[in-house]
Design a protein around this ligand. Structure first.
Ligand code: ADP
Length: 452
């Protein structure tokens, strides 16, 4: 049996957000990192026993033509896997420019699917995103009056989504307003039929509560394509008979050593690192200035970790308070410092896995991207949530990531006998961006794996 729902997300953390919502509504979900190749047997294997697959793209702010190309490739792959419905996921603040990419990607997907109608709603009431009379509210204020007004890449100054999307599409954009949604799925379907008759191609849909999203989910069950933030995910799985169940989040058993790699410099992560240090667990601090001076900091970190892994989770971190970070950035340049640290922590993560770490917590959005790439991960099975929006995931490691000595630099790679708990190609990993997670996140994460 193929997958039910095929999702295309325009950025990585948005993809995880969607995947997490689908799991909580009862689907088994795999998130793929980037467009899988036709011949990518690993991606196919990872997706095979999932109910939904989310392809995570980086297409939010690239040129529209590139976003369209990546989205169409993803669509072709998802359809080949049997996807019965396609979900295009964008940000709950509808991040886009007059050139796109929400409009152009939506229309390209409609063309490819041969459908003349779809819906669009970024509403996610649990996160304070509601749509009323076609206007998007962020918390208590209109989108155009929120902080999004000043976003560096996608400033949003118009709150009326019918006009925002209309400026990006050739097809006429209409509205299914709250009077229809409040009357239930049948009323929404009637409104869809009416709009279709008038030649409307895409309808913004009002939703101010989770009930509205459930109504909408039921109403759109026969549409080949839906487009939304991650909120609509709570209303779709029921169309295939899925119900919330812990089984959807079940991962293979966890093994190996535990470690935390933290390159986030946000306030929440600073608190989490402090809390972990207070427990007295072994920790190694990566000093960016020593990395810049050419010292083998990754090798030192791995030697330190290697000596302590058998006793429990080890932390390797570059996390510092804002003053210290500014100081380093002043000396090295912000971009250079960031890249140096990311590269070092990615090497550490790879070395840790070579030494038998199979439970890995990564803190930092950019840091996560660098680690995922260094480990050659292509897919993540989404598991139980540690804190809101941050699930444990299971990934299949490629052969080369587990082979000791793949990295031949001094201090890298495990020596014989040093990695006696390695082996096994399943890595449990959680990717926590910036300000997510409570103060005890690192310890909580390992506890959850032991008890689930
Ligand atoms: P967050 O999700 O908290 O924003 P990211 O990993 O996305 O975390 O971004 C943090 C950035 O700061 C990364 O580029 C990282 O390499 C860099 N960084 C981490 N530690 C330091 C440090 N001590 N000094 C300077 N830059 C750092």
């Amino acid at each position: 049996m193929g997958i039910r729902l095929g999702c295309i997300a325009d950025d990585f953390t948005g993809a995880t957000d969607l995947a997490n919502n689908l799991v909580r509504a009862g689907m088994r979900v795999v998130q793929l990192i980037g467009v899988p190749d036709d011949g990518d047997e690993r991606a196919r294997r990872e997706a095979r026993d999932a109910d939904a697959v989310v392809v995570a793209l980086k297409s939010r702010t690239v040129p529209a033509a590139d976003a369209v190309e990546a989205s169409l490739k993803s669509l072709a792959w998802l359809r080949a896997m049997g996807a019965e419905q396609i979900y295009f996921k964008y940000c709950s603040t509808f991040d886009s420019t007059p050139a796109g990419n929400i409009g152009p990607v939506t229309e390209a997907l409609m063309d490819a699917l041969g459908t003349d109608f779809t819906v669009a709603t970024p509403a996610f009431p649990d996160n304070g995103r509601t749509v009323f009379k076609g206007h998007l509210f962020v918390g208590d204020v209109l989108l155009g009056e929120s902080g999004m007004r000043h976003h560096p890449l996608t400033p949003m100054t118009d709150s009326n989504l019918v006009s925002v999307l209309g400026a990006q599409t050739k097809r006429p954009v209409g509205l299914i307003d709250h009077t229809a949604v409040a009357r239930g799925a049948e009323a929404v379907r009637d409104r869809v039929a009416g709009l279709r008759e008038q030649g409307t191609g895409i309808a913004i849909v009002d939703a101010v509560s989770n009930d509205d999203l459930v109504t909408l989910g039921e109403a759109v069950r026969d549409l080949p394509l839906v487009t939304a933030g991650s909120g609509l995910a709570i209303g779709l799985p029921a169309n295939w008979g899925f119900e919330p169940s812990p089984a959807a989040a079940r991962l293979p058993p966890a093994g190996g050593y535990g470690a935390v790699v933290s390159g986030s410099v946000s306030a929440a992560t600073n608190g989490q690192v402090r809390e972990f240090l207070d427990t007295g667990r072994p920790a190694y601090r990566v000093d960016p200035l020593r990395v810049a001076a050419g010292e083998d900091v990754a090798g030192e970190a791995l030697a330190f970790a290697g000596a302590h892994l058998a006793d429990g989770p080890v932390l390797v971190y570059s996390t510092e308070d804002p003053d210290a970070v500014r100081d380093v950035q002043g000396r090295l340049g912000a971009a250079e410092a960031g890249e140096l640290v990311e590269r070092t922590l990615a090497r550490v993560a790879r070395g840790l896995v070579e030494r038998g770490v199979r439970r890995l917590v990564v803190a930092g959005g950019e840091t996560s991207g660098a680690v995922v790439q260094a480990l050659g991960l292509t897919g993540l099975r989404i598991g139980p949530q540690i804190d809101p929006g941050v699930p444990w995931c299971a990934a299949v490691l490629p052969d080369e990531a587990t082979r000791p000595g793949a990295d031949t630099r001094p201090g890298a790679g495990a020596r014989p006998g040093e990695d006696d708990r390695s082996g096994g190609d399943t890595l449990h990993i959680t990717l926590k961006s910036g300000n997510f997670g409570g103060p005890g996140f690192f310890s909580d994460a390992f506890t959850l794996l032991e008890t689930s």
